[in-house]
Design a protein around this ligand. Structure first.
Ligand code: FMN
Length: 146
């Protein structure tokens, strides 16, 4: 049964991932949490990230083991901050995990993963502004950068 994750806030330090996210066009902050912190169930979530400078950023959050790339990878909490381009390594951040968008999936190719992340980001953006993302999501690739 899925736990009610409304309002889960996780604090941690941004560590280096495999560096693949930037290559895919969706860099993520890999957040290392304390060992005993209980993460919400694997999935993709809408949420936000607080940075030490006081700024708050809407984020598409992935909690899982990257099944596209690993048989059983390490459990990671990754956040892609929308409209943000900066180096967060070593910074202590607070991640507010909100509503679930979907479960973790294994994709046949990086292109398919990226197409889904584009739709996820459109969905997260729409939820953050209160507008339905149905149209963008069904297009597969949303022109959200425009
Ligand atoms: C919004 C979002 C959704 C994601 N969904 C999946 C998924 O369904 N399956 C998967 O294998 N990885 C998923 N990922 C994780 C990516 O595989 C990961 O970010 C990428 O491989 C980069 O990893 P790295 O930071 O270790 O380089 C998702 C990442 C984001 C930001």
């Amino acid at each position: 049964m899925r736990r009610d994750v409304d309002g889960t806030v996780v604090e941690g330090t941004v560590v280096r991932g495999d560096g693949r996210g930037r290559q895919l066009g969706f860099p993520t902050a890999n957040v290392e949490t304390e060992e005993l912190v209980e993460l919400p169930d694997d999935g993709v979530y809408a949420g936000s990230v607080d940075l030490p400078d006081g700024s708050v950023h809407v984020a598409a959050i992935s909690i899982g083991r990257r099944p596209t790339y690993y048989e059983r990878g390490a459990l990671l909490l990754e956040a892609h901050l929308l409209d943000f381009d900066g180096d967060l390594y070593g910074q202590r951040v607070r991640v507010a995990v909100g509503d679930v968008v979907r479960g973790q999936l294994r994709f046949a190719s990086a292109e398919e993963l990226v197409a889904q992340i584009v739709a996820d980001v459109a969905e997260v953006r729409a939820r953050s502004t209160g507008v339905a993302a149905r149209e963008d999501a069904s297009e597969g690739r949303a022109d959200h950068q425009a």
